[in-house]
Design a protein around this ligand. Sequence first.
Ligand SMILES: C[S@@+](CC[C@H](N)C(=O)[O-])C[C@H]1O[C@@H](n2cnc3c(N)ncnc32)[C@H](O)[C@@H]1O
Length: 223
Amino acid sequence: MAEPSDNSTQTPLENSLLPTGEGIVIDIGTGDGLFVYRCARRNPTKFYIGIDANPRPLEKISEKIHRKPGKGGAENVLFLQAAIEDLPSELEGVADEIHIHFPWGSLLQAIVQGDVDILRSLRRLCSTDAFLEIVIGHDPDRDRSEIDRLQMPTLSTSYIDSVLTSAFTDAGFEIVERGECSSGSWPEVQTSWAMRLERNKSRSLFYIIARATANSSMSRVVS
Ligand SMILES: C[S@@+](CC[C@H](N)C(=O)[O-])C[C@H]1O[C@@H](n2cnc3c(N)ncnc32)[C@H](O)[C@@H]1O
């Protein structure tokens, strides 16, 4: 999952993330930017944009990308401060892949509640046939106070099928793969929060892979 590698035809979730080794990849809720940075260093022919509402954890890596490549630099990276609720219109139509890994707060709430307005704003970033990958770490006991605060349902694959599939469809996405991985069977996700949460034995990982579609309700919104 998550780390697209140049010209590879296989990804850990056996999904269809761009196999060509080219394109623009957007990571929303990028946190400290590690995923974007590592992918950009491995895939120099792709361009990576990391977006987060909170720029502070990005300070170190934002400095590092400007070094010479031999000293850890990466010219194919841009970090932006923006919230999912207010994404820059300049990014409309540019993304070949969008990733959201281990969201929290309003980003998590929007995804898990299937907020169609937010999903449509993600869809607006997409180029034709772009892929959206969402990875959520979920522990209904440990996360109880946050689940209650955000008034979120308990996540399950049947919840994804019965509620989120139609919200994604309304927004112009087709869910092509979804699932749950219990602790101990997580695929490799190269982000700081994946490494942190993986140690928690009771936390499941849910993933959704969706593809942008040409959808009539979508065209009404865009036009
Ligand atoms: C748990 S961290 C995950 C960071 C990174 N994706 C990772 O896996 O290491 C969740 C991130 O979501 C960001 N976030 C929360 N709400 C957001 C919103 N409404 N718009 C954009 N980013 C948001 C937070 O600032 C935080 O960096």
